[in-house]
Write a protein that binds this ligand. Structure first.
Ligand SMILES: *Cc1c(COP(=O)(O)O)cnc(C)c1O
Length: 358
């Protein structure tokens, strides 16, 4: 019997590794492996989601008009410049579908978000991965130099998942100027709300007045709606329209759309939570530095432990302490900032590790 013929491009695509839940440990355990928000939904947001659940026999608003109107109002950008999807990863898939096919190239930093090679791979295009610099930052001049006639898209992840640093304002401006305007520059700002480095740039500033810059944002991280799947792109109207053409019909549930709108309305309370997570991040990174760790600038809701070959062992030790973290074997471990007690647990493990390994 002959087998069904699948696309060859799929053979080289790595599988997405989702963050694991903590293994059963004695005592409390915490999932610090997926950069989720540890806070439960705000009551007002939950009520809106529950009300929308009562209408689940109906299809959602396919055009996401209420959500895009709310975003347009909030961000001061015309509605036709938005495209949404089931998480900003879905929006990235749609954008790559709209721009790339076999023989095209997509440039991005590496190590960066593990969804990128998969999303590029399914289009049949080629990933061009440009190594991070010694501080685990994007090497934007090298990325610019990697652009060829075949390049369709460049992705900049700021702050970079999993290493933490955000790109700096002037270097990003210079970078965007250096890239030909036929290339779409995607700025993935999944963790934008957690950035405190004053030397950063609001992606919307780059979108305005340019025909080739697209910003990706999500309700999964700061807004705490990871389980509902909603994210969006803001970009030039022509690109936003192309992304919408490639989107799955009715891909974002009404529950997600209504919860996202309610979250925009609850922004003051949500940003208070973000502030508390950022304060925890600062507490954790300060303590880790005092312990002797060199941690790259942490601008998201996570910290990066550059452990090289010791990564798996560190992850195992964390697991024994009831903390599930995200190891990248041979490189390092990414640990989400969680509840205070989870962060305390991490600091204890990290201190013990230092004592035993140095
Ligand atoms: C989490 C994350 C996203 C968004 O994921 P969705 O849940 O699909 O919105 C996008 N980019 C990066 C770098 C992320 O870490």
């Amino acid at each position: 019997m002959t087998k069904p013929r699948l696309r060859e491009a799929l053979d080289s695509i790595p599988a997405y590794k989702a963050g694991k839940p903590p293994a059963a440990a004695e005592g409390p355990s915490f999932k610090l492996s997926s950069n989720e928000n540890p806070y439960p939904p705000l009551p007002g947001v939950l009520a809106k989601a529950a009300a929308a659940a009562g209408q689940m026999n109906r299809y959602p608003d396919m055009g996401m008009s209420a959500l895009h109107a709310a975003l347009a109002d909030r961000l001061g950008v015309p509605q036709d410049q938005f495209a949404s999807g089931a998480g900003s990863v879905a929006v990235l898939y749609h954008l790559l579908q709209a721009t790339c096919a076999e023989k095209d190239e997509v440039v991005y930093a590496w190590r960066s978000f593990e969804a990128y090679p998969i999303a590029v791979g399914v289009t049949g295009a080629t990933s061009v991965q440009v190594p991070l610099d010694a501080d685990a930052r994007h090497d934007l001049p090298a990325m610019s130099a990697a652009v060829t006639d075949s390049t369709k898209v460049v992705i900049v992840c700021s702050p970079n998942n999993p290493t933490g640093p955000a790109v700096r304002r002037q270097e990003l401006l210079d970078f965007v100027e250096s890239v030909p305007s036929r290339v779409v520059v995607v700025l993935d700002e999944a963790y934008r709300e957690f950035v405190t480095d004053a030397d950063n740039l609001d992606g919307l500033e780059l979108v305005r007045g340019r025909d080739n810059v697209v910003v990706l944002r999500t309700f999964s991280k700061a807004y705490g709606l990871a389980g509902l799947r909603v994210g969006y792109a803001v970009g030039p109207a022509a690109v936003a329209e192309a992304i919408r053409k490639c989107a799955l019909p009715f891909g974002v549930s009404q529950i997600a759309q209504d919860a996202a709108i309610a979250s925009l309305d609850a922004e003051v309370d949500l940003m208070q939570r973000v502030k508390e997570l950022v304060a925890e991040r600062e507490r954790v990174t300060t303590s880790l530095t005092e312990q002797g760790w060199s941690i790259p600038a942490a601008e998201g809701n996570f910290v990066w432990f550059p452990l090289g070959d010791a990564t798996d062992e560190f992850a195992a030790v964390c697991g024994q302490a009831g903390l599930s973290v995200r190891p990248f074997p041979g490189e390092g471990a990414r640990v989400t900032i969680g509840e205070t007690s989870a962060n305390d647990g991490l600091l204890e493990v990290a201190a013990r590790w230092r004592a035993e390994h140095h």
